[in-house]
Design a protein around this ligand. Structure first.
Ligand code: NAD
Length: 361
């Protein structure tokens, strides 16, 4: 069966890793017809828009997209195109598996956990009030009189909305994911001891949803700072973690490093009708055009995409080919070598070639 899939290469290292991934996916045996669309810095240059409507329309039509990383300036400048895509398409669940492949340099082996991050609200909602603006001062005055607490007038304010609806939705998604993937435990990660009305609501929603799965899936709770420590000490104790947006972002980066680095950590943004697959890593601008970036995270995001499309045989073949190349340790990028300066490391496209060779066997 032919699947139509939107391809957004992104910017920075996006073009290189996207090309590597599409070549490997094609070699896996799945029949994919790519609908190429622009978003990010290159789209801005060519069309005058960061997120052209054509890209969103294409995803809405095809229901599935593979997306490369897109740069977001820190502090000032435009807001994240990545967050805008997730919000515009209601891709409320971010699924990030963290699994160790044999041969990868990592302190741990045998890690196989999955991070389920709420994607639609929290401090990522983009509701912010800039320092010094009259509306910010008004808001500060209103809050001060309502709660009788001092906020400095030269403050910026970011709003953290967390709803019962979105919290129950993501926790139910996490439990159903655990059931479907034969996982025994879901851990809810929060900071409800400090943020009682936001994280507290997230935790309470999780406790209520957990009751629906009693006897089938074990439910645990963990405070986010403690979770960071536990993951570094005993990552094998965890199977599925469900978190609000911001903690999900940070903890998934921590988990990527537990399994050998950002170069190999894949991800998926899933809604009730469509899904966008992308690596955990960003656009790594310093490596742009250098044929240096590791394509594995993007290729494994393609594996998740193939599973979503029910192309399980192609997904298994591709994952196995990736894992063989990593285990052999010859045709791998700099970050997968014991010494990153090892001159025998290969480029992005050569690592993809080695994976494609394995798929031919
Ligand atoms: P980054 O993930 O782009 O890079 C951090 C470092 O990780 C790199 O310098 C490099 O050493 C390493 N790295 C990342 N990907 C790699 C790969 N494939 N192979 C080998 N090494 C790799 O993070 P950053 O520097 O904080 O962000 C750069 C830009 O990307 C920012 O504008 C940020 O907003 C954006 N970003 C986009 C996404 C997305 O598109 N979903 C996600 C995260 C960050």
């Amino acid at each position: 069966m032919t699947h139509k899939v939107t391809l957004i290469p992104g910017d920075g290292i996006g073009y290189e890793v996207s090309l590597a991934a599409t070549r490997c996916i094609q070699a896996s045996g799945a029949d994919i017809q790519w609908d190429h669309c622009l978003a990010g810095a290159d789209a801005l240059e060519k069309t005058g828009e960061l997120l052209p409507a054509a890209a969103l329309d294409s995803i809405k039509k095809n229901k599935v997209a593979l997306k490369g990383p897109i740069t977001t300036p820190i502090g000032t400048g435009f807001r994240s195109v990545n967050v805008a895509i997730r919000q515009a398409l209601e891709l409320f669940a971010c699924v990030r598996p963290a699994k160790t492949y044999s041969g990868v340099r990592s302190r741990f082996s045998g890690i196989d956990l999955v991070i389920i991050r709420e994607n639609s609200e929290d401090l990522y909602s983009g509701i912010e009030f800039e320092e010094g603006k009259p509306e910010t001062k008004d808001l500060i005055s209103q809050i001060q009189s309502a709660v009788k607490k001092k906020i400095r007038m030269d403050s910026g304010i970011s709003i953290k909305p967390i709803s019962k609806f979105a919290s129950e939705r993501i926790v139910r998604f996490a439990f159903n994911y655990a059931l479907a993937n034969k996982r025994k435990k879901v851990t809810c990660v929060h900071k409800a001891n400090i943020m009682k009305f936001t994280d507290g609501l997230f935790l309470e929603s999780a406790r209520q949803v957990a009751k629906e799965f009693e006897g089938k899936i074990i439910f645990e709770e963990a405070i986010v700072d403690n979770m960071a420590m536990q993951l570094v000490q005993k990552p094998h104790n965890y199977e599925v973690l469900v978190l609000p947006n911001l903690y999900g972002d940070s903890i998934s980066e921590l988990c990527a490093c537990l399994i050998g680095g950002l170069g190999i950590a894949p991800g998926a943004n899933i809604g009730s009708e469509m899904a966008v697959f992308e690596a955990v890593h960003g656009s790594a601008p310093k490596y742009k055009g250098k044929n240096k970036a590791n394509p594995t995270a993007m290729i494994l995001s393609g594996v998740l995409m193939l599973r979503y499309l029910k192309e399980n045989q192609a997904a298994d073949r591709l994952e196995q080919a990736v894992s063989q190349v990593i285990l052999e340790g010859k045709s791998v990028t700099y970050d997968l070598k014991p010494d990153p300066l090892d001159p025998s490391s290969v480029g992005t496209s050569e690592m993809a070639d080695a994976i494609i060779e394995k798929l031919k066997k």
